[in-house]
Design a protein around this ligand. Structure first.
Ligand code: 5AD
Ligand code: SF4
Length: 446
């Protein structure tokens, strides 16, 4: 039996894509293996920030070197994901060890392409973005896990001045409601209790078969399914927030009190230059409306520091937003010029050391905010969904409704258990919980 390994980099959508590719290969009778024993290695790449391509080439070099050392045959190497889409056949030219290059909208063809490769074809590149979506061509979901991702929307039409996503993932497109519900059902049958709806602009989702059915309605439909005990979604764009989506946080008990709403910068000048299509006041107003619907909402964001032309005053406005919003957590990045994006052409690029210094200050502010958020959780009781063992024997780690990692001491647990805990201590990255009762927190659902 041929064996494969998939190695994924980057965002949650890549994690999802990697799972679906693995399922597609397994459906062809292939087995999984560690990278060192695999006949086929899929490198599912990310292009969002710098050095993605370099990382890919060093990864390919490492695989080729290892197979030489082991004296075995070089495994078949397939490059998928956003670097595949962005670099195309350049990858074959630069890395002779790569056999296939397959874009993120064409990976349903991976099994067929591997067959062509096995039959002797070389230089296979498939970057097609077919009108008909890959989802209908993939085998049904086979993943068995308590917490799973489900892609409902892909692509981006926003064209932020720094971002490659509109080019690598293509235009915004939504999957039909019935396809999403069918996939959710299969995931629940496989043991899922928590579903995270994924999309580059997840809240731009609209049922392609019914324009009146928006993202709020989708959340309602998924949450209503028997067995779905927790619902999450990511990533939302401020411009696509709707009233039904905000109301969902007040009305759907399964919907967890958590919102990832990237703002990128606190400065109106920078927001305009980034083409984010909203200003700071608009964002503050959204946050106030969400919090009115769900006062305990955990809000998180992405930030970019050192966008071309960013002044110290602009950056101070970003620190100000962190202070004002009280984020539960946030990702922050140094601006990285991406070829083909408008911001990369600008002449007012900042020095690397200015970016590094601002990033350090921003990350200190975010850590302080995360710690404050976690501290105000102490004394609360909540359910945690057990995911994995902790570092010490007898410890398990689960997720709170606010997506905090909570460590509990209790041997007799397993992944997928929902247990009620008292939150007793907080650090910046996790909390300590004490179990009240096991197996609780169901909202009276089957
Ligand atoms: N440089 C730095 N960060 C970026 N992101 C997207 N493009 C870039 C870039 N060119 C960040 C944004 C986005 C997150 C997924 O990655 O903050 O929200
Ligand atoms: Fe990139 Fe902006 Fe689209 Fe997000 S909204 S994927 S940052 S272009």
């Amino acid at each position: 039996m041929r064996k494969f390994a998939v190695k994924s980099f980057g965002c949650q959508m890549n994690v999802y894509d990697a799972e679906r590719m693995a399922e597609a290969l397994a459906a062809e009778g292939m087995g999984t293996a560690d990278e060192a024993d695999a006949d086929v290695i899929v490198l599912n790449t990310c292009h969002i920030r710098e050095k993605a391509a370099e990382k890919l080439y060093s990864e390919v070099g490492r695989i080729a070197a290892r197979s030489r050392e082991q004296g075995g045959r070089k495994p078949v190497i397939a490059v998928t994901g956003c670097v595949a889409q962005a670099e195309g056949d350049e990858i074959l030219r630069r890395a002779g060890a790569v056999d296939l290059v397959v874009g993120p909208q064409a990976y349903h063809r991976l099994p067929a392409l591997l067959k062509r490769q096995a039959a002797g074809e070389t230089g296979i590149v498939d970057l097609d973005m077919p009108a008909e979506s890959k989802f209908g061509k993939l085998p049904p979901r086979a993943r068995r896990a308590p917490s799973v991702f489900l892609t409902v929307q892909e692509g981006c039409d926003k064209f932020c001045a720094f971002c490659v996503v509109p080019y690598t993932r293509g235009a915004e497109s939504s999957r039909p409601l019935r396809a999403i519900l069918a996939e959710a059902e299969a995931l629940v049958e496989g043991g899922a209790r928590e579903i995270t709806l994924l999309g580059q602009n997840v809240n731009a989702w609209r049922d392609p078969e019914d324009a009146a059915c928006d993202f709020g309605a989708l959340m309602r439909a998924v949450a209503a399914m028997p067995g779905v005990e927790r619902l999450r979604y990511t990533t939302s764009h401020p411009r696509d927030v709707t009233e039904t989506m905000i109301r969902a946080h007040a009305e759907i008990p399964e919907l967890m009190p958590y919102l990832h709403l990237p703002v990128q910068s606190g400065s109106d000048r920078v927001l305009a230059a980034m083409n984010r299509k909203h200003d700071r006041a608009f964002y503050y107003d959204l946050v106030a409306r969400f919090r009115a619907a769900r006062p305990d909402l955990a809000i998180t964001s992405d930030f970019i520091v050192g966008f071309p032309g960013e002044t110290e005053e602009d950056f101070a406005a970003t620190l100000g937003i962190v202070e004002d919003i009280g984020y539960a957590q946030a990702f922050s990045f140094k601006y990285s010029p991406r070829i083909g994006t408008p911001a990369a052409e600008r002449e007012d690029q900042l020095d690397e050391d200015v970016k590094s210094e601002r990033l350090a200050r921003l990350q200190a502010a975010i850590s302080a905010s995360a710690l404050a958020f976690n501290r105000q959780s102490v004394g609360r009781q909540c359910d945690i969904l057990i995911e994995r063992r902790g570092r010490h024997p007898g410890q398990w780690i689960g997720k709170s409704p606010w997506l905090q990692s909570v460590v509990v001491e209790q041997e007799s647990l397993s992944p997928g258990d929902l247990v009620r805990v008292d939150l007793v201590r907080a650090g910046p990255n996790s909390l300590e919980g004490r179990i009240v009762t096991a197996e609780s927190g169901k909202h009276g659902k089957a």
